[in-house]
Design a protein around this ligand. Sequence first.
Ligand code: COA
Length: 178
Amino acid sequence: MKSYKLKNENMVIIREARKEDASAYVDYLLQIGTETDFLTFGAGEMITSQHEQELMIESSAEADNRLLLLALVDNKIVGGVNFRGGVRPRVHHTGEVGITVLKEYWGLGIATELLMYLINWAKGSGIIRKINLRVRMDNHRAIDVYTRQGFLKEGVTTRDSFIDSVFYDSVCMGLQIN
Ligand SMILES: CC(C)(COP(=O)(O)OP(=O)(O)OC[C@H]1O[C@@H](n2cnc3c(N)ncnc32)[C@H](O)[C@@H]1OP(=O)(O)O)[C@@H](O)C(=O)NCCC(=O)NCCS
């Protein structure tokens, strides 16, 4: 858990998700789907239940190679990071991260703080040795956040998403944890 003052003077708390966050997290996912085309789901496409999210939060909390972090302002979820390590032994040390922030809170440093928290957790885990992600090639804001935290571009996945009849390529980025 960490709390600090945002650029706009709001206090933000970063902590691991708890089972009782499930309902608010469902609403959060629905909202971010309406706010950006840079995710793998759009408006109304993130169909998930409170029960599913409770299970997801619990399994994340129990696993030594998973982390679901929330950023909260006045008890409202305004951002999140979801890192999932691999299940089998050969991929247990590595995983993919997804990061989101409510549009109203963009540009306040929340994604950067969430990412720094994840990286510190990974370094302290003694387990995670690589963090991977995929980001749409034209998502300059996100690429900038990742690059500033040391992520390197490792390749390109073509036609990674298809939105309104247009294909978009993604950049694969990664951070080695040593
Ligand atoms: C990408 C995202 C997570 C960033 O969150 P955020 O909290 O606004 O990020 P931060 O405030 O920590 O940092 C944003 C930085 O990007 C920079 N930035 C903003 N627009 C930019 C642009 N068009 N090009 C390059 N850099 C840009 C800003 O300068 C800012 O840096 P600063 O700290 O010097 O102000 C957020 O915009 C988001 O949720 N987007 C929709 C979902 C998404 O794209 N997720 C990533 C999927 S891979």
